[in-house]
Write a protein that binds this ligand. Structure first.
Ligand SMILES: [Zn+2]
Length: 115
């Protein structure tokens, strides 16, 4: 299934291909503040349809994950990282996907606070 996502002002828009059934809800200091509900997909399933240039990037802790956000409207629709095998991965904030019934998703708690 193909999902469309964007920030609020539309400066960032993207598409994700995959089967979305559950989202990770992490309790770490960063995810809890932003209210992320994350879906990890291989970068090959993610297409950014808008220019890379306006995206702002936030990193913390080990600085291995690039948390991208829109400098205009403040939405944080995805993050770039790598999985254990070194493959590029995108963590999509499913709150920024269009036409998605959040209540239909299984929420999987992640105890990131303890990592
Ligand atoms: Zn925006």
């Amino acid at each position: 299934m193909q999902y469309k996502g964007s920030c609020h002002c539309g400066q960032i828009a993207f598409e994700v291909e995959g089967s979305l059934g559950e989202a990770l809800e992490c309790n770490c200091s960063h995810c809890s503040r932003k209210g992320y509900l994350l879906w990890f997909v291989p970068a090959t399933q993610f297409t950014l349809n808008t220019p890379e240039a306006p995206l702002s990037t936030y990193t913390f802790n080990r600085h291995v994950i690039k948390h991208r956000f829109c400098p205009t409207c403040g939405c944080a629709p995805f993050a770039n990282g790598t999985d254990r095998s070194g493959a590029e991965t995108v963590a999509v904030n499913v709150r920024c996907l269009e036409d998605l019934d959040l209540s239909s998703l299984k929420r999987v708690p992640v105890d990131g606070r303890s990592f």
